[in-house]
Design a protein around this ligand. Sequence first.
Ligand SMILES: NC(=O)c1ccc[n+]([C@@H]2O[C@H](COP(=O)([O-])OP(=O)(O)OC[C@H]3O[C@@H](n4cnc5c(N)ncnc54)[C@H](OP(=O)(O)O)[C@@H]3O)[C@@H](O)[C@H]2O)c1
Length: 296
Amino acid sequence: MWSSISSIYLTPSPLHCSTPISKQVGREAEGIKMVAAAGRSREERWSLAGATALVTGGSKGIGHAIVEELAGFGARVHTCARNAAELESCRRRWAEKGLQVTVSICDVSVRTDREALMATVEATFAGKLDVLVNNAGQSLFKDTAGCAGEDYARIMATNVESCFHLCQLAHPLLQNAGGGGGVVNVSSIAGLIGLPALAVYSMSKGAMNQLTRSLAAEWAPDGIRVNCVAPGGVRTDISCDKTIDPELVKKEMARLPMGRIAEPEEVASMVAFLCMPAASYMTGQVICIDGGRTIT
Ligand SMILES: NC(=O)c1ccc[n+]([C@@H]2O[C@H](COP(=O)([O-])OP(=O)(O)OC[C@H]3O[C@@H](n4cnc5c(N)ncnc54)[C@H](OP(=O)(O)O)[C@@H]3O)[C@@H](O)[C@H]2O)c1
C-alpha cells in the first residue's frame, strides 16, 4: 500500500477548487512529492500495512506503546534502548504476539551509537524508512540555580541533539520510501508553557517543537511530513520520578480539566494517526495530548 500511493501528488489549490485532489495535476515537475490520501479506500488511509518504522526508546512507557500501536497497524518496527535485558524481554513478548519488531541497543545521546543504529535500520529495511519516531528522552526536575553543566549536557544530548542527528541520518532513507510518511517527535507541554524546576527539560522540548516546524518546511518538497506530539503528564517511569515536588504535582492536578494523567496508549494513538495516509495534509504541527492542561 505504501508504495502504491506514491503516484498521487498533492497540488496546492484554491479552497473551493472543484477538481478532486486525486484528479488534479501534481507539482511533480517542481519536485513537490507530498502524497495525498484522497482517492484511497478508508482501509488504506487508516493503515500502516507494509510501512517501516524506527521508534527510539521502545522498551518502556510511551515508546513501548508506540511500538505496539504501529506494529498493530501492520508496520515493521525497529526500536532501541540502552538496557539490553529489558529490550530482549520486550522483543520476545512482541514476537509471541505476532508483532514484527526488531531491536538494537543504542544510547541515543552518543553520536556513534546513532550512526550504528541507522546503519542497522538501513540494513533491516533495505534502505527505506517510512516513519521515524524520536521518542527516547529523559527529564530533569531541578531548580535552575542547582543545575550542573553535566545535567544540561545530558538532557540536551539525549533530547535535542539525538532528535536532530537522527533526522539527518534518516533523511535519505525517508526519501527512499517515496513519500507519505515522515517524522514524529515526542516533545512535551513543558516546551510550550512555563513550569518550575523544569527549565532545561523545557528548553530541550521547546527546541524539538521548533525543529518540527523548521524541518516540515524544509522537507515538504521531499514528500516528508514532520509533526510532533506534546504530552502532558503520562503514567510512566518519568512521571513517577521521586524528585518531582509533590506540591507541584498537586497544583498541576488542580489545573487539569480531565483530572487525570494520560495512559501511554493515549499518546501512541495520535502518533499512529500522524504516521498514516489519513494525516497526509498535516505537517509542522505540535499537538498537545494533555487532558486540557494547556487551555487552562
Ligand atoms: N511520562 C510523561 O509524563 C511525559 C510527558 C511529556 C513528554 N514525555 C516524553 O515522552 C518520551 C518518553 O517518555 P516516557 O515517559 O515513556 O519515559 P520512560 O518510561 O522513562 O521510557 C523511556 C524510554 O526511552 C529509553 N531511553 C532513555 N534514555 C535513552 C537513551 N539515552 N538512549 C536510548 N534510549 C533511551 C528508555 O530505555 P533505557 O533506559 O533502557 O535506555 C525507555 O525505553 C520522552 O521524550 C519524554 O520526555 C513524557
